[in-house]
Design a protein around this ligand. Structure first.
Ligand code: BT5
Length: 324
């Protein structure tokens, strides 16, 4: 959001303020104030002109309005529709940007890991954070874990019983659907959780240090079940529609708290993880690992207890299995 518009909103937060007073405080012309107020109205802010001056009556549910009231140092770049927020964030990162959150309502060319397609209809939260942390490249996976915790906390606050699946998914347990409705599990041995969110972290480094990291987060928020792929769910399905501005603010604030205290990330992850204690099958480049997930180690290594001893898995696709 433009700096002057942000300053106008900050001033309006304390109650009505007249055009001349705003012009004076912000050191711009009255005409400029009027133009910025009009632009804010066009982007959905309800600003009334009263005898006491401009009064902020309502804030949009989404868009660059996410910056309004945000208690974390991210600038929001909003797009109604975009190919991939990660692609845009990478461009910004290559230009030297930091702490920008690229946000979209609809994403038409979204990517998952291994270039899988990511479905991004209108009503979701498609978000990519441009970060420049001063950390070794080997620590970057911790940021994926931090993002998963942040999404899970925001979803739980919205009433969704969200849990983390290693390494990069947030899911909603669907035990209720199988036990309650049909009384039968599908015959694939899987627990059958439904995916609420996925995370795609990309980075560039030099001499073992991170130059930039893009943490791409896709969350099905205000989307009907019929508009989602099989095996997916949304906040709307699990708990009803939410104000996405508040949802994204909570997520960004949680993420910001964790990134400045990396030593707290693993314990926070353990607290919210569905994977720990779970029988799992992890597809790795060197074959399948089947056993019970017993712990996570820095910077995101899953420890699986197998018949042949403990195996440490650095990357792979993880499935939660029903007890043998
Ligand atoms: C992920 O990959 O889960 C990472 C997804 C990251 C998406 C975000 S959105 C903002 C940013 N911009 C981007 O372009 N990407 C990031 P993976 O673990 O590989 O899972 C991909 C699989 O999830 C697909 O093969 C589908 O099976 C499934 N899927 C696709 N769209 C989905 C959706 N909206 N909800 C749930 N599952 C989905």
């Amino acid at each position: 959001m433009n700096d002057t518009r942000r300053a106008i909103l900050d001033a309006l937060a304390d109650g009505p303020i007249s055009g001349p007073e705003l012009a004076n405080t912000l050191d711009v012309s009255r005409n400029a104030v009027w133009k910025h107020v009009e632009a804010l109205r066009e982007s959905g802010f309800e600003i009334e002109s009263t005898d006491d001056g401009y009064r902020l009556c309502d804030v949009p549910e989404f868009g660059s309005a996410v910056e309004y009231g945000l208690a974390a140092p991210f600038e929001i770049e909003f797009h109604e529709s975009i190919g991939s927020t990660n692609d845009r964030a990478r461009e910004l990162a290559c230009d030297g940007a930091a702490d920008i959150a690229v946000l979209a309502d609809e994403q038409i060319g979204g990517r998952g890991r291994l270039n899988r397609a990511w479905f991004g209809p209108s009503g979701g939260v498609w978000l990519s954070l441009v970060l420049r942390p001063d950390i070794p490249t080997s620590h970057a996976p911790l940021l994926t874990l931090a993002a998963a915790v942040a999404v899970t906390r925001a979803a739980r606050e919205a009433g969704v019983p969200a849990e983390i699946k290693w390494p990069n998914d947030v899911l909603v347990p669907s035990a209720v659907a199988y036990e309650g409705e049909s009384g039968q599990h599908p015959d694939d041995g899987l627990v059958g959780d439904e995916k609420l969110a996925g995370i795609l972290t990309e980075m560039e480094g030099e001499a073992g240090r991170v130059s930039w990291v893009v943490v791409g987060i896709g969350i099905n928020v205000n989307i009907e079940g019929d508009d989602l792929p099989d095996g997916a769910t949304s906040v709307q399905e699990a708990a009803g529609t939410v104000d996405r501005r508040i949802f994204v603010q909570r997520l960004l604030e949680e993420f910001d708290t964790l990134r400045v205290s990396p030593d707290k990330i693993l314990s926070a992850w353990r607290e919210h993880a569905a994977t720990l204690g779970q029988r799992v099958r992890v597809e790795t480049p060197s074959g399948n690992v089947v056993g019970t997930a017993i712990d996570i180690e820095s910077p995101g290594v899953l420890v699986v207890e197998t018949d042949d001893g403990d195996v440490r898995v650095h990357a792979g696709d993880c499935e939660h299995l029903r007890p043998a």
